[in-house]
Ligand binder design. Sequence first.
Ligand code: ADE
Ligand code: ZN
Length: 314
Amino acid sequence: MLPTAELHIHIEGTLEPEMLVGLARRNGVALPTSDLDELRAKYSFADLQSFLDLYYDNLPVLRTSQDFYDLTSAYLDRAGRGGVRRAEIFFDPQVHLRNDVPLAAIFDGITSALGDSDISAELILCFVRDLGPDAAMETLRMALPFRDRFIGVGLDSAEVGFPPAPFKDVYELAAAEGLHRVAHAGEEGDPEYVRQALDVLGVERIDHGIRAMEDPELVARLRDEQVPLTVCPLSNVALRAIDRLSEHVLPKMLDEGLLACVNSDDPAYFGGYLDDNFAALRSELGMTEQQFATLARNSFDASFATAGQKAAWK
Ligand code: ADE
Ligand code: ZN
């Protein structure tokens, strides 16, 4: 299995139907159905929002630090079997706070699972962009007492209509705290979202970024500045950002000299983990081992690991 870093993975998006049903039982949370086939049948999406609706509906089953521990351990076990050596994991604290889960329970559960794993893993706190910049600022301030438990901030959830620029102040505070900064941009949003994330938020990586390929000037900039792009091929097909995998822009990104890498985003919902993404890229796009080696190298280069760690993995 090709050793890789996974830099775009939402821990909540690793909630497999079996664990969803198990946690609902354990915590006495009602689900519309506990039938696994019926649950899986819902995992079919028209766009990002239709996915987010189901993703948020499922999250009230996560209640205790043990739940977060179990979720994170299951992901790390599965990812490790697929070649992942380094994981930089997103989580959405605002959603869990809204479900009355204390921030300490979220951090305790996730970070103890990270500590128990052989994979080098860190946490990135994401702001839910459709809840707005004031809520993001309040969340970052609440999280600062846990500053040593996460390495960066990100911006996720509904993109179109929620551009990056209004989050300038919260990203400035994150920078002042020495946190890394990333943001989802150019998943459904046009190239202007990518430009704002770079110019206004000062992000070090773009999550997705596929629509940047529509703008040759932006492509040249991404190449010249070697801005990492965490691309999620199976996610893009599942959410219909791209019609079929055979039309994915990833090979073109590599041809253009962009620092793109492959990631699974929400593997429980989109048909697979990192190794499943690579397998699909091989069978449906005809990507080669040489391209995979470039993607794996890019993933370590794009990670926030230390130079020593990167040298050991590559
Ligand atoms: N939250 C979880 N997955 C996401 C995605 N692909 N885009 C935006 N927000 C998300
Ligand atoms: Zn994502």
